[in-house]
Structure formats: structure tokens, C-alpha cells
Design a protein around this ligand. Structure first.
Ligand SMILES: Nc1ncnc2c1ncn2[C@@H]1O[C@H](COP(=O)(O)OP(=O)(O)O)[C@@H](O)[C@H]1O
Ligand SMILES: CC(=O)N[C@@H](CCC(=O)OP(=O)(O)O)C(=O)O
Length: 296
């Protein structure tokens, strides 16, 4: 049990950071194991409510890959990925939308509201937020058709701003729409990056299943706590950043290019990782900055 004196000490240490982020927008990509682990989930929800309570504007963009896989498995459909994107036929698209914009989105909304927040669930269709065109991926120099997977072309943040003004927390699923009203599936990392860029967010936080960018990923797993764009590109070229970390890091670089000040990749299973990142000098995870000389 934490004493009142200890609570006061924590609060005093956090105050400069609460001031620093006051009225700032922070986009958080929530997905993968941080979402399905019940302890990590509860702590994440509490962190989001606390952020809003102290005057920060969190915007949650979520995935739900494991839940989609589970539902597809129930109907006997195999999940197939090409270059980090789920191959999405018509039936899969229906399931993806039902799972992400229904079960997962409303689950996060009701959990935030249970802890005293005012969350509003949206998909990229609401308020014409995420416009896409059909995406093709290149495999071995050939253009491959992966079905209803969207390439983001335009982001409209009007509805997010309306919610911010009204003290609500937007919770957004990674579903987009094209100009003809066709629904598309999008990797949630890309949606988070694009929304953060359009909002000119102060920070973009990716919650994942590792502590951040690790050096010698297959060996000693040393965490890189801070890195600039130039050195990230070097790690990509040297093959140190690979697999699922590659699209995530590419999204981080694009977001920085589009004006997001700092991007952080951190472990969603770490206790109160979002609060640790925002309200402590040490932070948590890997902070990616445009330039090593810039203040974080
Ligand atoms: N240098 C690296 N540092 C950390 N993780 C890496 C690195 N290179 C590859 N990875 C892989 O990237 C994964 C994270 O990406 P992904 O599984 O797509 O996350 P999420 O499901 O949270 O979106 C890690 O679990 C790890 O397997
Ligand atoms: C096109 C594509 O791959 N879309 C993803 C959307 C969900 C997602 O990104 O979920 P996580 O963040 O939990 O991985 C999918 O169908 O799995």
C-alpha cells in the first residue's frame, strides 16, 4: 500500500510534465498483446483517463489483430498476411469491421467510461476521417492484389477536434473508406501515424510487445532509449530493425517528417508504461527524435 507521503512525492515529480503536456494532443496506438493482457489493459485505460483528467488530449487509435484472427478461426478461415497486411477478401472485410468497430472499439470505450472518462468510439468512416484507395503491395518486384486493404490518401480531423473541445476521448478503429463508400481494412499503425501527422500531435506513442527498438534483437536485446532519424535509417539498412518493427518504425519516420515532434515505441505490458513515459525524466521505451540536438 502506497503512503500519502509517497503519493505526494510522485505528484511533485510529475507536475512539470503535467504542465509541459497541458492541452497537448497525444496519439496512442493501442493493439496486440497490450490489449489482450487484462492487467496491462486495465492500467492502460487508467493512464488514459488520468491523462485527460490532468488536461492532456489523448487520441486512441486501436488495432485488434489477435481478435480478428480468433473470429476468423471460429468460422474456419485462415489468416494470411503479405508484407504486414492481412489479405482481406469480402467476407474477411465484414468480419474485420464487425470485430474492430464493434467488439474491440466498444470494449475500449466502455472500459474508459467505467473509470470515469468520456470516450466516444469512431471508425475512419465517421466524419469522413480516413479516406483510402485500394492498396497494392510489391513482392519480388510484382504488384500483388491483397483485396480490401486501404492505402491512406486523406485524413479529416474535424470530428476529433470537436470531441477534444467537448472533453471527450476519441477511440478510433483502423477502418477506412474510399470515395465510393467501399470499406477497407488498414494496419492500425499506419492510421495512428497519419492521424498524428494531421493533428500535428505533440507525441505519438506505439504500445507493442517489446520494450522498444532493441539492438541485437536476436541476441542481447539491449534497449535503445533515444535515437534520431538518421540513426534509425542506419539500423534499418543494417537489418537490425526487421519484421513487424519495420512498418512500425517506417510509420514513426513518416509521422516525424509530417511534423509530429516525438515518437515513442514502448512495451504495453510494462506497468503503467504510458504514465512512466510521459511523467518521468527517464521516460520509457525508445524515443525517436527528428534530430539528436532537439529537446524531447
Ligand atoms: N530491432 C528490433 N527491436 C525490437 N523488435 C524487433 C526488432 N526487429 C524486429 N522486431 C520484431 O518486431 C515485433 C514488433 O512488431 P509487431 O509484432 O508487428 O507489433 P504489434 O503487434 O504490437 O503491432 C517484435 O515483437 C519483434 O519480433
Ligand atoms: C490490413 C491489416 O493488416 N489490418 C489489420 C488491422 C488490425 C491491426 O492492425 O491490429 P494490431 O495493431 O493489433 O496488429 C488486421 O487485419 O489485422
Amino acid at each position: 500500500m502506497i503512503s500519502n507521503l509517497d503519493k505526494a512525492k510522485i505528484l511533485v515529480k510529475a507536475l512539470p510534465f503535467i504542465k509541459k503536456y497541458h492541452n497537448k494532443t497525444i496519439v496512442i496506438k493501442y493493439g496486440g498483446s497490450a490489449m489482450v493482457n487484462p492487467v496491462a489493459r486495465e492500467q492502460f485505460i487508467q493512464d488514459v483517463v488520468l491523462m485527460k483528467y490532468v488536461g492532456i488530449n489523448p487520441v486512441i487509435v486501436h488495432g485488434g489483430g489477435p481478435e480478428i484472427n480468433e473470429m476468423l478461426q471460429k468460422i474456419g478461415k485462415e489468416s494470411k498476411f503479405v508484407a504486414g497486411n492481412r489479405v482481406t477478401d469480402e467476407e474477411t472485410m465484414e468480419i474485420v469491421e464487425m470485430v474492430l468497430s464493434g467488439k474491440v472499439n466498444k470494449g475500449i470505450v466502455s472500459d474508459i467510461n467505467k473509470y470515469g472518462g468520456k470516450a466516444v468510439g469512431l471508425s475512419g468512416k465517421d466524419g469522413n476521417m480516413v479516406f483510402v484507395e485500394k492498396k497494392f503491395v510489391e513482392v519480388d518486384g510484382e504488384k500483388v492484389d491483397i483485396g480490401f486493404v486501404g492505402e491512406i490518401k486523406e485524413i479529416n480531423t474535424e470530428v476529433i477536434k470537436l470531441l477534444e473541445i467537448n472533453d471527450a476521448i476519441p477511440v478510433i478503429s483502423s477502418i477506412g473508406v474510399d470515395k465510393n463508400g467501399q470499406t477497407y481494412n488498414i494496419n492500425a499503425d499506419y492510421v495512428a501515424g497519419a492521424i498524428a501527422g494531421k493533428l500535428q500531435a505533440d507525441r505519438l506513442i506505439f504500445l507493442t510487445d517489446v520494450d522498444g527498438i532493441l539492438l541485437d534483437y536476436n541476441d542481447k536485446q539491449t534497449l535503445i532509449d533515444e535515437i534520431d532519424v538518421e540513426n534509425v535509417n542506419d539500423l534499418i539498412e543494417r537489418g537490425i530493425i526487421s519484421g513487424g518493427m519495420l512498418p512500425k518504425v517506417t510509420t514513426c519516420l513518416n509521422a516525424i517528417e509530417n511534423g509530429v515532434e516525438n515518437v515513442v515505441i514502448l512495451n504495453g505490458k510494462l506497468e503503467h508504461s504510458v504514465i512512466l513515459e510521459l511523467f518521468t525524466v527517464e521516460g520509457a521505451g525508445t524515443l525517436i527524435k527528428k534530430d539528436e540536438n532537439l529537446e524531447s
